[in-house]
Design a protein around this ligand. Structure first.
Ligand SMILES: [Zn+2]
Length: 156
């Protein structure tokens, strides 16, 4: 699905695409969940065209989904396609199925993350990415310093 979007560079800095909107449908309750994804990776010789990353988010959100799985699928696809030094995906979602059942307060949202390679193994790399996100999304501060976990509508 990323054919033609791959090219080689001599560039090993972190590449970040923030605030990618997504709209999806919870496969358990058939109710919408939606929010934003943030994607970062550290290239290992190959990069993905920046416009292709939102496309990837679209592909995995436009189906019956779970936020945790979507987060992992985006990260795994980037890993498979360009074998980077590391990939990180963080998604913030509002789940109508949870809001309607009073599981969360109205304005809260669920954060899920997938950290692969350098983002998993190197705390400094992970912090660098999360600090950049935190500047825009204060709620993500909760991810700093902890192993990120996600919980969505599965906990009935
Ligand atoms: Zn649900």
């Amino acid at each position: 699905m990323l054919n033609g979007a791959l090219f080689s560079v001599d560039y090993s800095e972190m590449v970040i695409v923030r605030d990618i909107d997504f709209y999806s449908l919870c496969e358990h309750h058939l109710l919408p969940f939606f929010g934003r994804c943030h994607v970062a990776y550290i290239p290992n010789g190959r990069v993905i065209g920046l416009s292709k990353i939102p496309r990837l988010v679209d592909i995995f959100s436009r189906r019956l989904q779970l936020q945790e799985r979507m987060t992992n699928q985006i990260a795994e696809t980037i890993r498979e396609k360009i074998d980077p030094v590391g990939v990180a995906v963080v998604c913030e979602g509002t789940h109508l199925c949870m809001a309607m059942r009073g599981v969360q307060k109205q304005n809260s949202y669920t954060i899920t993350s997938a950290m692969i390679g350098a983002f998993r193994d190197n705390a400094r790399t992970r912090m660098e990415f999360l600090e950049l996100l935190k500047q825009r999304s204060p709620g993500l501060g909760g991810l700093l310093g902890v192993e990120p976990v996600g919980v969505t509508c599965l906990d009935e």
